[in-house]
Design a protein around this ligand. Structure first.
Ligand SMILES: Nc1nc2c(ncn2[C@@H]2O[C@H](COP(=O)(O)OP(=O)(O)O)[C@@H](O)[C@H]2O)c(=O)[nH]1
Ligand SMILES: [Mg+2]
Length: 406
């Protein structure tokens, strides 16, 4: 098979003089001059995801790659490392604090724990943002969907090179990363099929996949899936802050609380793009009332995690109070917001929901899915976890139950 060498590019302006802290580095120092040592020892897989995708779908994409590497290692192929794409300019992050530098995974996760499952590296372990010598990706694969995934009525796993694709080389704001060769490829199927692409160029030591959300899990919900998911522990400061809130406001000191019901009330783009999946405010209150009476009748505290705007939150709170409930939201102080940023605040919301006596999520929200997984890991009865808000009228499909495999 012949690969089309589409463009040889040199996207770079030359050296970035200023480092990410706004300071200057001395020419010739290790941090200015790298790639760091690590790039010489291993082969590296980089990836990035379609820009509008949110944090929680990106977590799932990470798992696909981490499992792909862990499975390859089990088969004796341990020369590749996965480079964690920094969190940069996410569409849903609106606070000014979140619009700054690319954030490493250690701000959200316990990276040592990630490393216990798969051989991963932070981007800043591979190249400094201020490094003068550019890091060169040998082959950058720009993945695209097939126009008709069900050609001849069947979904077949396949890939095919194409001559054109849309591509914006952004590299998370690092202007010292470049690609030697760009390859456009239509792809459908499981992620392990990417090895076929990788081994087309056996001498490559650094490859990157754009639109990495396109390849699917080999086995969603398998034992490897759960082993990987369990390794995605949150960073200690986020856990500490969430636990403090649970302890102080929600009166609970244990892992499985009995004192509150939690909801994930996804609004914004969901409320207007999926009006048939989400309830009105009055409908929400009715459904909470029914869930409490039926499942946790002693509970008086309701915790709300939401992306709703303040007027909707105000109305929901006041209606719940009229029903006799005490209502709680985690509203970060200015200093917490500065420290944790939007991504950390969202995880604190998720942790609080994970420990509730009963949880109601939003249909098809990956934010809710990640909470459900955490509750499975914590050992909650699945009946308290796989619950969703229904629309005020019309069909309401039950959530799939993805039970933990030990
Ligand atoms: N703090 C907070 N942020 C939320 C909440 N719900 C949604 N968001 C924000 O909106 C984004 C939604 O995107 P995503 O993570 O892909 O989840 P999905 O779109 O619901 O599947 C999240 O990553 C958060 O930034 C919430 O309950 N609390
Ligand atoms: Mg999303």
């Amino acid at each position: 098979m012949i690969f089309l060498n589409l463009f040889l590019i040199n996207l770079l302006s030359t050296a970035a003089e200023q480092n990410s802290n706004g300071g200057y580095c001395d020419a010739g120092s290790k941090t200015c001059d790298n790639q760091l040592e690590v790039t010489h020892d291993y082969k590296l897989i980089f990836y990035d995801v379609n820009p509008p995708e949110g944090f929680n779908l990106r977590r799932d994409v990470y798992m696909r790659f981490a499992i792909m590497l862990a499975e390859a290692k089990k088969r004796g192929r341990s020369d590749w490392r996965l480079v964690l794409p920094p969190w940069y300019n996410l569409y849903h992050w609106r606070s000014a604090h979140s619009k700054s530098d690319p954030q490493p995974w250690s701000e959200f996760f316990d990276v040592e724990s990630l490393k216990s499952f798969a051989q991963v590296l932070e981007l800043n372990e591979v190249i400094d943002k201020a490094a003068k010598k550019p890091l060169q990706i040998d082959t950058l694969y720009v993945l695209q969907n097939f126009e008709n995934p069900f050609e001849n009525g069947v979904f077949e796993e396949k890939w095919q090179l194409t001559s054109e694709c849309e591509y914006e080389g952004n590299y998370w704001g690092y202007n010292n990363i470049e690609a030697k060769e760009i390859v456009c490829v239509r792809f459908q199927g499981k992620i392990s099929k990417l090895w076929e692409l990788i081994y087309q160029h056996p001498s490559d030591r650094k490859v990157m996949f754009m639109h990495a959300e396109i390849p699917l899990h080999d086995n969603y919900g398998s034992k490897s899936y759960w082993d990987c998911r369990k390794s995605m522990k949150y960073s200690k400061p986020l856990i500490k802050t969430a636990k403090k809130f649970i302890n102080k406001k929600l009166d609970c000191k244990s892992e499985q609380c009995s004192t509150y019901l939690a909801i994930h009330w996804r609004r914004r783009d969901f409320a207007y793009s999926r009006p048939n999946d989400v309830p009105s405010i009055t409908g929400t209150v009715k459904q909470i009332r029914v869930a409490v009476d039926k499942n946790v009748p002693d509970v008086k505290k309701i915790f709300i995690a939401t992306d709703a705007d303040s007027s909707e939150i105000k109305e929901l709170k006041s209606k719940l109070k009229e029903e006799g409930y005490n209502v709680y939201l985690y509203n970060p102080s200015e200093s917490d917001l500065k420290e944790f940023k939007d991504g950390g605040v969202a995880i604190i919301d998720q942790i609080i929901c994970s420990h509730a006596a009963y949880f109601i999520g939003t249909h098809d929200s990956t934010f809710s899915f990640r909470i459900q997984e955490e509750r499975e890991i914590l050992g909650f009865d699945s009946n308290t976890t796989f619950n969703r808000f229904c629309p005020d009228s019309g069909p309401c499909e039950k959530p799939s139950r993805w039970k933990v495999i030990i």
